[in-house]
Design a binder for this molecule. Structure first.
Ligand code: ADP
Ligand code: MG
Length: 252
């Protein structure tokens, strides 16, 4: 197997607050990794650094063996050119907690926006978007606007949108945390269908049942560091670290 994502010595501070403390993290292509951890532990910052939404102070990220977001103190390693960053970002889809759909665009337009801005012809982008909306069970909603949909439906559109550029990696940042409990299942079901499809998934979530069932690997973060990682059974059933045990006793 090859590494889809490798993060080396990711270090990030906001003012005098250190948010990532030299995180080393890698993910095999085609696997599902679930990241758990208390609020403020740096999970979102790590995902955002992987997707160039955040610049690291030190350390680097590579995608399919190619460096991205380089920042290594005391070395001459250079940052990628903006053009190369765009090319790399197109390989990574991102699903946000609050969906972040474009409110003034229809559901279909939300899904075609990125491909069209990347030069895909409108007719082809629409055809592909319709196939993706069918895949998340929302074909009949294509002419609606986001506000007409439930939160669960909006998040399924966001997943279709994240798939539109056919990325290798999809990052999910607490994709069900903003949903009413009865809508969580439909979104997790869509994510589950992506597991084993060849895509590499990294999912920040507190849904322990989902992690147990779908994850190949579970990573527990606390205070800007990875405290423990392993199979779902290792981390969720027999956690070795007291901080993991404490966290699980609160969320389970
Ligand atoms: P998590 O996703 O695990 O809850 P985050 O990565 O969002 O954690 O945040 C880690 C820490 O960094 C938190 O203490 C948060 O307040 C702080 N933080 C995040 N983004 C910023 C920012 N743009 N400016 C200042 N502090 C931030
Ligand atoms: Mg977060």
């Amino acid at each position: 197997m090859s590494q889809a994502i490798a993060v080396h010595n990711a270090t990030k501070s906001y003012g005098d607050k250190t948010v990532l403390r030299g995180v080393d993290f890698s993910v095999e292509a085609g696997t599902v990794t679930v990241i758990l951890g208390p609020s403020g532990s740096g999970k979102s910052t790590l995902l955002r650094a992987i997707n160039h939404l955040e610049k690291l102070d030190e350390g680097f990220v590579s995608l399919n063996g190619e460096l991205i977001g380089v920042r290594v103190k005391g070395t001459r390693l250079k940052e990628l050119r903006p053009k190369d960053i765009l090319r790399q970002r197109a390989k990574i889809g991102f699903v946000f907690q609050n969906f972040n759909l474009f409110p003034h665009l229809t559901i279909l337009e939300n899904v075609t926006e990125a491909p069209i801005s990347h030069g895909v012809k409108a007719a082809e982008a629409r055809e592909n978007a319709r196939a993706l909306l069918a895949r998340v069970g929302l074909s009949e909603k294509e002419a609606d606007y986001p506000r007409q949909l439930s939160g669960g439906q909006q998040q399924r559109v966001a997943i279709a949108r994240a798939l539109a550029l056919d990325p290798d990696v999809i990052l999910f940042d607490e994709p069900t945390s903003a949903l009413d409990p009865e809508l969580v299942g439909e979104v997790l079901a869509v994510i589950r269908t992506l597991a084993g499809s060849g895509k590499t998934l990294i999912v920040v979530t507190h849904e322990i049942g989902f992690a147990r069932e779908v994850a190949d690997r579970v990573v527990f973060m606390d205070e800007g560091a990875i405290i423990e990682e392993g199979t779902p059974d290792q981390v969720l059933t027999r956690p070795a670290h007291p901080r993991t045990q404490d966290f699980l006793s609160k969320v389970l």
